[in-house]
Design a protein around this ligand. Sequence first.
Ligand SMILES: [Mn+2]
Length: 450
Amino acid sequence: MPLKNTQVTILFVGDMHLGVLPSRIGGHLFETRQLTPHDLGPAAAWKRIVDKAIEMKVHAVALAGDLVDRNNALFEAFGLLESGFRRLEDAHIPVVAVAGNHDTKVLPKLAGMLKNIELLGPDGTWSSHLVEGDGDLSVRIVGWSFPGSHVETSPLIDGVPEPDPEHPTFGLLHADLDQASSRYAPVSTSELLAKGYQAWFLGHTHMPGQPNTEGRPFYLGSVTGLNPSETGEHGTVLVSIDPHGALTMNRLPLAPLRWEKLAIACDDFDDAIKDLLPHLLYNLAMRADELEESLESVLALGFRLTLTGAMDDPGALRVALNGIRDDLSTLVSDRQGTVLFVEKIINETTQKVDLLDVARAESPEGLLARRILVLEDFQEEIPGVTDSRAMKERLVSGGRETLAEVDIQSPYLGLDGHLSADEIAPLLARAGRRALEEILNRKKAGHAAG
Ligand SMILES: [Mn+2]
């Protein structure tokens, strides 16, 4: 669809990480559905981006850094990037780019080798490039490139060009937004806003932000979900500006792979062995139906499932679940050209138990039941508890200390932020319910044996 010639249109592209393949995709997906990891990864997304840019006859493609996953991935990525850049060149579409923390060496090298790439802000400087639209409308893109893999101060301290009264100015930057202690070019929203640019497009964080036409910075996001935590719609952002300066931004969900997290209530099972598989397949299909329109370009939709609810017989569910987990290929289905698959199933179901009744007992399980009720904000009076608010605070703060010890163990290092009381309380309540289930079952078994 050719665009009106009184606009400038630019396709903005976030983190690509060419050279990696999406993680956590089971082999069964590829055996049974003839998909290869390449069909779902950054290379496939890049090809789609180039196709789209040419189809829409955009005036430029702007890349926000981390095109290549590692500086030594150039060998794998070069051919893919080069063929895309050549196709854009043949279509007279220029490319502007900034380097991210992953491609500080690769991108300048590529820009030196290929004709139609303009590297903005080489070696930690700032520079600009004028994108010419049809007629005499032009847009200036201003950018800064990572000079090395870490930058601990804001790149905005020095040398940022002033807005140009002649042309709308867009900022293109690979940086960590509102994370003051970050080692990846920490910048703040207020300092970006203070520059007075029409828009800021950011790379680095892989979760896409909401496109903003009022000048607020936002993340373009990874072009396709690289692992199950990169949920939701991924792709590129198409930006156009008219002679009056009116901006429009649309996210184009070009990603071949999409990840979703889905909680599934399992309270109503009569027979978990029989009910579980159809129930899960039904829920996958329902979610895919809800997403229908945004799945048009999605070849595979991967789910991380969490089973929830209080059950009469959680043991039967665990047995049923073990059967499925051994072979997740039983949980693959198709929905209008999209393959639905399950990456992982997390079981958070609990034993159905009358907590209030248990809480009345002067026993370890009574004590535990009282605490669970407190943590779950039980609305009525809890036996033996005089100040449930104070008790909840004590439990949460104890829980926070324990979790802090877990936090500093290596697998969790680098997880952002700290858990709030609203997040800790349900974690503790769930752990409490599991422990209570264990105690009650042991007692039952003891009675049966005795
Ligand atoms: Mn990055």
